[in-house]
Each structure stands twice: as C-alpha cells, then as structure tokens.
Design a protein around this ligand. Structure first.
Ligand code: IVH
Length: 676
C-alpha cells in the first residue's frame, strides 16, 4: 500500500527504486519490468516537483545534472593508482610466478584471476557511503574530476548499501558494452555520421564530455576490481574477501573473476578466458592475475609503477594501425562492384591482413578513409578484417577523397550506380573478365554445382587459354582438351571431367544457387526450388508469384524475375540443359524433407563434422532457413568452437544455443528436438 504522507512515501519510493536499480544494473537480475520501474520513477519525480524540499541529493533523478563549471579539475588520489606489468606470453607468465616463489620461498596462498577490461580506469571515492568524487587515473598520483559524468552511470552506486566505511577509494574500469557501441554506430549511420572507432575510445570520450546529459545517453557501465585507500573498514586477509565486501556494498564486481588455489588453475583460467573472449558484451585485452593473500602481497611489494604481486597477461591486440596504400575495385559474380582496401600488411587478431573490403563508395565517404591515410584495422575472432576508420591526426596534407572510377578497369564498360542502391555495377555482363571469373568460380563451388578441382587456379587457366567463356562451356571440356594444358596429366584431366559429369545431377536448389542471381543465396535458392521444382517453371513465374513465397520479399522476387528476362541468361539455361544438366527435381530428388520447415538458424564458429556450406545445405535441404545475424526471429544459434559475439547476442535475446551434437540431433529429428 502506498503511504499517504508524502515524506514517508518519498523515502519508500527512493528505497524501492535504488533497490531495483541495483538488481538491474549491478546484479543483472531485475525483478520488475521497465514499465513498472518507469511508473515508480515517475511517481518519485512528481513528488520531487511538488515537494522540492523532500528531494534527496542522491535521488535517481539526480544522476544527470547540468554541465558543471568545475569539470576536469585535478584530484589527488589518497592512494596511488598503480598500473600493471605485462606478460606477453606463457613464458613471461611462468617467469612472474618464479619470481614470486623466489621472494616468498614458497607458492603464494592462492591467486585471483580477473578479466582485464578494455576501458578507462577510474577511482571512486565514497565518504560515509556517498559517492563524492570520481577521478580518472591521470599520472597515477593526480587524475581529473569526472564526477558529474560518472554519476550518470547506472551501475555506479551513488550510495553504498550495508555498512560502508568512513572513507573509501575503489578502483574500477568504465567501459562501453559492445551492444551499446553497435547501437550507437547504427544511430550514427542512420544520420549519415562517421562511425566511432571502438568501444574503448568511445568510453573514454564519453567520460570526458562537457555535458553529462550526453554521457548519460551512452549507457556506460563499470566493473570494480581493486580497493584503494580505506579508513574504517573491516580487516581483511585477502583480495578475494575485499572483492566480496565491495560486492556487499552494492558495487559491481565481475562474476567472471575467480579465486584459485594453484598456478595450474591460473593457466586453465587464462586458456578458458582466451577462448571465451568474444562471448561477452565487453572487450577484454587480457587477464589480470593477483596474488590473493594481502600478507603475501606485502612481502612481495611494488616497483615504482606497478605491484610485483600482480601481472597482466596480454591477449593479442585485435586492432592495429597501418597505411591504406590504395583502394581498388572488384567486380563480383553478379556484376556488383566492391571497393577494397590494399593495406600495408599488418599482423592483427592472429593473421596478417593485406586486404579488406570497403563495401561501397557511400561507406568509404561515411568513414572518410582516403588512400594514403593511416587507418585502424580490426579483426576480432572469426569476423572478417575491417577498416574501421582513419587516424585523422596522421593524415598527410592534401589527401584526396576516393571516387568510384567511371569505367570498369577489367572490361572498360561504364560503371553505374542504380537509383536507390548502395552498390555500383559493371555494365559489361559476362564480357567483363573479372565478373566472368568470379561467376565461374561460384558456379563450380560447394553448395552450387560442386565441381571438385575447379577452383580459381583452373578457372584462370581455362579462361587464359580461351577454353571457356561461360558456365555452360564447362560441360564441353574433354580429357583431350585438358591434357593439352601445361602441367595437366591424364589422371588430373579425367578427374576433372568426371567431377563435371557428376555435377549434372545436382538438386535444383544447387543449380539455382549456381546461376548467381543477385540476392539469391543458398537459402533463397532452396525456397525457390521447393516452390517451382523446375527451372522452366521458375522462368515462367511472375514476380508477384515469387514474392508470395514465405521468406522472399519483393526485392528478391524482382531480381529473380529480371534475371530470367535477360536473353543471355535464358540462353545460358538452355545450353546447360542441352549439355545434360538436370534442371528440375523429380519425385526422387525433390526436397520433400520438411523437418526444419519454418525454422531460421544462424551458424557460427567452427564445426567439426561439417563445413559451413555443408551445415547450411543440410538446413536448407530440410526446408529451414539460414541467416547471418541473430535476432528475435532466430529459432536457434548453432555454435561451433570459437563462437563469437553472436553467442553473446543469442544469450542476451534468449535464443536457444545448440552445440554440434544438438545440431546433428536437430537435423535428424527436426524442430521437435528443440523441445516445447
Ligand atoms: S588491477 C594495483 N584489475 O588495467 C592493481 N586492473 O594496465 C591495479 N584493468 O590501470 C590494477 N581490468 O585500468 C586491475 N581486473 C583488473 C583490471 C585492471 C582492467 C586496467 C586498469 C589498469 C590497467 C593496468
């Protein structure tokens, strides 16, 4: 029952809201929904409007104040903020352990293993349980006052719970969740604005905003990991106890941290944390290992800049800068023109990156990357390398923006940008050697006609010798033709001819996919094959009819319809048929299997028994769909080894996650395998 006395009701609301805030932002375990929270919040604000004398200085409504005159003034830390020494590999980690054992004359009494959050260090000072200041690290002795901005971070308590000490400094890392970073960049893109480079820099920039209202929109968060100066707290024997105490006081301590007994456990933690690096909604750049016992810490001591009792085991950086030497273009199998970056090779995220797609001209201008720029290159987990943006300070004077060439460098036909589209196109058709090469490669690839042995190398050779000029020509190649080629013997020639012969009886969905129609991937090809059962029927179909298929929209339908209206395509289909390629599914070969009908799966990570194409084909062949990104509509995520951010996304959306065994069961039993 709500109380009649406004003062009493106000305190009640305040307690309730603070509690919900804590449950939501610190414990990550809300007990009421957003609407219920908003109703309480509104009631509190109305009381404050009506009875301003009631308003508590730390009310949830006070988180976002106006700009402060005294922003970023120096604040001297009561206890120094140390940084950490690094171990770059397992050997350096071992050496650290050896030094510790050397000093103590024995193994330490346990370790605390923690994720090293890639954000911005802050020191929060609480006096009598109230947040009084928040300061950046600065030079370790003196930082900057960022209190007004840090107050806007919902997981930073303005008031501690339980029995707080008289004075306490607590250290933690402010970070921008990856999901918030992505949402922010989507908003930037919608407004045609330049994207932010990475969550870390954006977090740092957000904390140094002049107006706290801007900081508040970023939805920053905090993990705390260390106690600084304390006056009046209980006595502790270990770091782990201190962290449990911080947690009891309502501060957000990362549950992924673990206290372990032995160094073997430390190594196991490091391996696990490294594997799971991309399964979280925040970026980590390492693992911090601390000797747990405070007595051991005192015996081991400090260097001038860092504690000897702790070390940061660094994970390989996923971002590096390099020079964007040149922007070139590629004409793909459908004639789409894609610009790509030619980079000075750089080792990032575990591989050497020399090229990266730039998608389209609009994207290049939005990011404002120019040939000659120093650019940030990112490769995280299994995600393809990306040019994130330029480093503006390093741009040489007079660097010009890049523009799409007017004519195709491969066939000299005009490049056009169709109205309302992002991707430019080469108008050269199959005359364009780049397009033809990509088309032939695609035609022969897995999931399409699956002609083993017909990769880029052979395609290039056959093109150079003038032996093929479109996919139908593949079917007239003979062993004699091939043995004439340099380096080709009877066996290799026979193998290829046999593989070509075998490809004539692929299911219709493979043939449709092989045709390389714009917007027709394996999934759409499967839907078309199910509906029409023959290429002739598809050729006769009207766009409206195609668009009636569940999972196919008007854009795809239009693209399919238009493809079959082009003479050169119709001619190709006829020649494929004449060469003996089966262009229909009979009752034997048809995909009558409906086990996964209506399901949409996303596949990520590495599977052991399937390649990505095979897994996809197995789903499509059973009437299911495969898409590239997890959303509320995803039926399940199939996650192999090293699954990345998609796993985190699925978990946050409550989408079921299947490992390889569960996926195999799904293929076998159909959607029932997922349970009710
Ligand atoms: S402990 C006395 N623990 O890493 C120990 N630092 O290079 C001081 N960091 O400045 C730091 N996660 O910004 C510690 N779990 C963690 C951390 C962590 C991130 C940052 C922090 C520090 C830097 C050291």
């Amino acid at each position: 029952m709500a109380h009649d006395d406004p003062g009493v009701r106000y305190r009640e609301l305040l307690d309730e809201l603070n509690d919900h805030n804590y449950r939501y932002h610190v414990l990550d375990a809300p007990v009421i929904d957003d609407n219920a929270y908003d109703a309480l919040y509104r009631e509190l604000r109305e009381l404050e409007d009506r009875y301003p004398e009631l308003a508590d200085v730390d009310s949830p409504t006070s988180r976002v104040g106006g700009p402060v005159a005294q922003a970023f003034q120096p604040i001297t830390h009561r206890e120094r903020m140390f940084s950490l020494d690094n171990a770059m590999d397992a050997g350096e980690l071992d050496a650290w352990r050896d030094r510790i054992v050397g000093v103590l004359g024995r193994e330490p009494d346990g370790y605390s293993c923690e994720l090293k959050i890639d954000g911005l260090a802050v020191s929060l000072t609480y006096v009598d349980g109230r947040l009084v200041t928040a300061a950046t690290r600065g030079d370790g002795t003196t930082g900057e006052d960022v209190t007004a901005n840090v107050r806007t971070i919902q997981s930073v308590p303005l008031r501690l719970r339980g029995e707080p000490p008289a004075v306490m400094e607590v250290r933690g890392e402010i970070y921008l969740p990856v999901s918030e970073f992505e949402a922010l960049n989507r908003r930037q893109a919608e407004q045609g604005l330049q994207p932010y480079i990475n969550p870390r820099n954006t977090a740092a920039g957000s904390v140094r905003q002049k107006d706290p209202a801007t900081t508040a929109t970023r939805n920053l968060a905090i993990w705390v990991y260390q106690v600084g100066f304390v006056d009046g707290g209980p006595a502790f024997t270990s770091h782990t106890e201190q962290m449990a105490w911080l947690s009891d006081l309502g501060l957000r301590v990362n549950p992924a941290n673990a206290s372990v007994e032995s160094f073997d456990d430390v190594v196991a933690y490091v391996e696990r944390a490294t594997r799971q690096r991309h399964d979280r909604d925040y970026e980590t750049d390492g693992i911090v290992i601390k000797v747990d016992s405070l007595a051991d810490q005192r015996s081991i001591g400090f260097t001038a800049r860092s504690p000897r009792w702790a070390i940061a085991y660094k994970l390989p950086p996923e971002e590096k800068t390099t020079i964007l030497e040149e922007i070139r273009i590629n004409v793909g199998r459908t004639g789409a023109v894609t610009p790509y970056a030619v980079l000075r090779p750089v080792f990032v995220g575990g591989v050497t990156v020399a090229n990266a797609t730039l998608h389209n001209e609009g994207e290049i201008h939005r990011k404002d990357v120019r040939p000659g720029d120093t650019v940030v290159v990112r490769r995280a987990g299994d995600v393809i390398p990306e040019v994130v943006g330029p480093v503006p300070d390093l741009r040489p004077a007079g660097l010009e923006a890049w523009h799409m060439p007017e004519r195709c460098p491969f066939c000299d036909n005009p490049i056009v940008l169709p109205e309302g589209q992002a991707k430019a196109r080469c108008t050269g058709g199959y005359e364009c050697p780049s397009r033809l090469r990509e088309y032939l490669f695609h035609f022969a690839s897995r999931g399409a006609m699956d002609i083993e042995g017909l990769g880029y190398k052979t395609v290039d050779l056959l093109l150079a010798e003038g032996m093929i000029s479109d996919p139908a020509d593949i079917y007239s190649l003979t062993v004699d033709d091939l043995t004439d080629l340099e380096g080709w013997k009877e066996t290799s020639a026979t193998n290829l001819v046999n593989a070509i012969e075998a490809s004539k009886t692929r299911p219709l969905r493979h043939v449709i996919f092989a045709l390389g129609i714009d917007h027709v991937g394996a999934t759409v090809a499967g839907l078309l094959a199910r509906r029409y059962r023959s290429l002739q029927a598809l050729l006769d179909a009207e766009a409206d009819g195609i668009a009636e298929i569940d999972g196919i929209g008007p854009e795809i339908a239009g693209s399919v319809h238009a493809w079959f209206r082009i003479d050169e395509n119709v001619d190709l289909v006829q020649r494929l048929g004449a060469a003996g390629v089966v262009l229909e599914d009979d009752d034997e070969t048809a995909d009558m299997d409906e086990r996964l009908a209506g399901m949409t799966l996303v596949i990520t990570g590495t599977l052991e028994r399937f390649t990505r194409d095979e897994a996809k084909d197995a789903v499509v062949g059973r009437g299911g769909k495969v898409t590239g990104s997890v959303s509320g509509k995803t039926s399940a995520l199939v996650a192999g080894a090293n699954a990345g951010s998609k796993l985190a996304k699925a978990e946050s959306l409550g989408v079921p996650v299947l490992d390889e065994a569960a996926f195999a069961e799904l293929l076998d039993k159909g959607s029932e395998a997922l349970g009710p």
